[in-house]
Design a protein around this ligand. Structure first.
Ligand SMILES: [Zn+2]
Length: 195
């Protein structure tokens, strides 16, 4: 575990999560070329924002940054401190940072009901590859490759789509897609934040 993933809990800045139909969500993100302190701070703030949203994944375009970066934690536990208090404790962290990810070796098929912090209130079954491998870089620019399956694989594919300007309603039938688009635009006008 590198310095960022050890220290992300201690401090961080809560970033604004952009919701559909914000145009940043439909743009193809740029490759990261500068592995500097700004990149490290962004990743730390993205993890902080993801844990507080809460979500299990967050891509840079969702916080208004058109760069090929996402963060994921499919393992952490979120427990309410006492019933109805509205306060939560988080534990069992397993933060993962992906810079310039490339998905390869796609195999099998899995269907899962997905949600997205940028599409409040929408939960729909989406088909994904069950097993993948991913080449990516860390915040120092070092290259890595990992295999992923089940929820981790689904989450990587969902976040990677964000880097290509794709939100998951694009994967639904045209009828459902149009239904949700109208619903989201209406919800946006009402300033609804339920995720
Ligand atoms: Zn999403």
């Amino acid at each position: 575990m590198d310095e960022i993933t050890q220290n992300y809990k201690l401090d961080g800045e809560l970033l604004n999560i952009h919701t559909y139909p914000d145009p940043i969500l439909t743009q193809v993100a740029d490759e990261v070329t500068d592995f500097d302190d700004n990149l490290k701070k962004l990743c730390k703030d993205m993890l902080y924002t993801m844990y507080h949203a809460p979500g299990i994944g967050l891509a840079a375009p969702q916080v208004g940054i058109g760069k090929r970066i996402f963060v994921i934690d499919v393992d952490y536990t979120r427990e309410e401190t006492s019933e109805g208090s509205g306060e939560y404790t988080l534990s069992n962290f397993n933060p993962q940072i992906f810079v310039n990810p490339v998905i390869k070796n796609k195999e099998g098929q899995i269907s899962y009901q997905e949600g997205c912090l940028s599409l409040p209130g929408v939960y729909e079954d989406v088909k994904r590859f069950e097993n993948i491998s991913v080449d990516f870089q860390d915040t120092d620019g070092n290259s890595h490759s990992i295999d992923a399956s089940e929820l981790f694989s689904i989450c990587i594919q969902h976040e990677n789509d964000h880097l290509d300007g794709i939100v998951f309603i694009e994967k639904l039938s045209p009828l459902k897609r149009n239904f949700f688009k109208k619903k989201l635009i209406k919800a946006k006008k009402q300033k609804n934040h339920n995720l």
